[in-house]
Design a protein around this ligand. Structure first.
Ligand code: HEM
Ligand SMILES: CC(C)=CCC/C(C)=C/CC/C(C)=C/COP(=O)(O)OP(=O)(O)O
Length: 335
C-alpha cells in the first residue's frame, strides 16, 4: 500500500505550517470563545440568577396548580425565559454601574467589566436590551402585569439598590424588595393577578435574604470597607458591627419559621410541608445561632468559617423549602 506524499519537502513543511497555524488559530478562537462565555456567565451572575429563576419557577408552579392546570406547558418556558433575560440584563447593568468599586474588591476584581474585557458600551447595550426586551416579551407572552412587575424589579435592583450601596447600610433592606419579587412574578405569570399565596412567597424570600446577606457581609467586610460599600458588617466599631449583624440575622431567622408556614395557613400546602418547613427552619436558625458567636470575639479570623457555613445553609435551605412546597401542593391536588 502506498501512502501519497507531497511532491517536495518544502510542500510538506508548508502544509505542516499551514495546518499548525490553522490548529493554533482554531485553539485560540476556541479559547477566546470559551473565555467570552465565561465572561458572560460572570456578567449575568449565573449562579445567583439561576436561584432567582428557581424561585420564579416555584411561583409559576404554585400559581398553575391554583388554576387547576399542569404547570408543565409552554407558558412556564416563556415566563422563565423572559425572567431569565431580564435578570441577566439587570446583572450586566449592575456591573456596569459598579465596575470601579468591583475593581477594588478581590471577590469581584476579575469581573469582565472591571477588567475592561467587556467594554462599558457592550455591557450597557446588552443590559438595556435584555431588561427592556425581556420585559416587553413577558408583557406579550404572559401578561402586562408580569412584564411591568419584572421591569420594576430590574429598576429597583439597578437604579435604586445599586447606587444606595455606596450611601447607606439600608441598601440591604431596599435590595431585599427586588430580591423577593421573582416568585411573586412567577405567580402572576401563571395567574395574571397578585394573590395572597404570591405575597406569602414574597415574604419568604424577603425574610430569607437577611441571614443570607449578614453572613456574606461579614465574610467580605474587609472588601466592602475597602470599596466604600456600606453594609452592616463595616460599621464602626467592630463590636457594634458584629452585634448588629447578629441581631438582624437572628431576628429574621426566627421570623423565617412562621413566615414559611404562611402557605399552610393559606391552604396552599398541608401538614407534610409544614413539618419539612419547620425542620428546615430550625436548621437555618441553628446555622444563624452559630453565626451569632461572632459577637464573642469579633476580630477572630475563625468567624469567617461560621459566616461561610451560614451562607452555605442559606443557599441549600431555600431550594429545599420551595421543592417541599411544590411537592406538597401537587400532592394535595392528586390525593
Ligand atoms: C439583599 C439581597 C442580597 C444580597 C445583598 C446578596 C448578595 C450576595 C453576594 C455578594 C453573594 C456572593 C457571595 C460569594 O461570592 O461568596 C451572594 C451569593 C449568592 N446569592 Fe445572594 N444576595 C441577595 C439576595 C439573593 C437572592 C434574592 C437570591 C436568589 C433568590 C440570592 C442567591 C444567591 C446565591 C445562590 C448565592 C451563591 C452563589 C455562589 O455560590 O457563588 N441572593 N449573594
Ligand atoms: C427579575 C429580576 C429583574 C430580578 C433581579 C433581582 C436580583 C438579581 C436580585 C438579586 C438580589 C440582590 C439584591 C443581590 C445583590 O447582589 P449585589 O449586586 O450586591 O452583589 P455583588 O456585590 O456580587 O455585585
Amino acid at each position: 500500500m502506498s501512502i501519497a506524499r507531497p511532491p517536495t519537502g518544502d510542500g510538506l513543511s508548508l502544509k505542516l505550517h499551514v495546518s499548525t497555524t490553522a490548529t493554533s488559530t482554531a485553539l485560540h478562537s476556541h479559547a477566546r470563545s470559551s473565555s467570552l462565555l465565561a465572561d458572560y456567565a460572570t456578567l449575568f451572575k449565573l449562579r445567583v440568577s439561576t436561584m432567582v429563576i428557581i424561585t420564579a419557577a416555584a411561583g409559576f408552579y404554585l400559581g398553575s396548580l391554583r388554576s387547576g392546570i399542569s404547570p408543565f406547558h409552554m407558558g412556564l418556558l416563556e415566563a422563565l425565559l423572559g425572567i431569565a433575560v431580564v435578570t441577566a440584563g439587570s446583572s450586566a447593568l449592575n456591573q456596569a454601574l459598579e465596575r470601579t468599586t468591583d475593581r477594588l474588591m478581590p471577590r469581584t476584581a476579575s469581573r469582565p467589566m472591571a477588567q475592561n474585557r467587556i467594554s462599558l458600551a457592550h455591557g450597557l447595550i446588552i443590559g438595556f436590551l435584555c431588561v427592556f426586551g425581556g420585559s416587553l416579551y413577558l408583557a406579550y407572552a404572559t401578561n402586562p402585569l408580569t412584564g411591568t412587575l419584572t421591569l420594576l424589579t430590574a429598576v429597583g435592583y439597578v437604579a435604586i439598590y445599586t447606587p444606595l450601596k455606596r450611601i447607606t447600610t439600608l441598601n440591604t433592606f431596599i435590595g431585599a424588595f427586588p430580591g423577593a419579587l421573582p416568585p411573586l412574578i412567577g405567580w402572576t405569570a401563571a395567574r395574571g393577578l397578585i394573590e395572597w399565596p404570591a405575597v406569602a412567597l414574597f415574604a419568604i424570600l424577603f425574610v430569607w435574604q437577611f441571614p443570607h446577606f449578614m453572613a456574606i457581609g461579614w465574610m467580605y467586610r474587609a472588601d466592602y470597607a475597602q470599596a466604600g460599600i456600606r453594609v452592616t458588617a463595616t460599621q464602626e466599631p467592630l463590636r457594634d458591627a458584629a452585634r448588629s449583624s447578629a441581631i438582624q440575622s437572628l431576628f429574621y431567622a426566627v421570623l423565617m419559621i412562621p413566615v414559611s408556614l404562611w402557605t399552610t395557613w393559606l391552604h396552599v400546602t398541608g401538614l407534610p410541608y409544614a413539618i419539612v418547613a419547620g425542620v428546615l427552619g430550625l436548621w437555618y436558625l441553628y446555622a444563624t445561632l452559630r453565626f451569632v458567636r461572632i459577637t464573642r470575639n469579633p476580630s477572630d479570623p475563625e468567624n469567617r468559617a461560621l459566616a461561610r457555613q451560614l451562607l452555605k445553609v442559606s443557599v441549600i435551605y431555600l431550594p429545599l423549602l420551595l421543592l417541599a412546597m411544590m411537592l406538597n401542593a401537587q400532592g394535595r391536588l392528586l390525593f
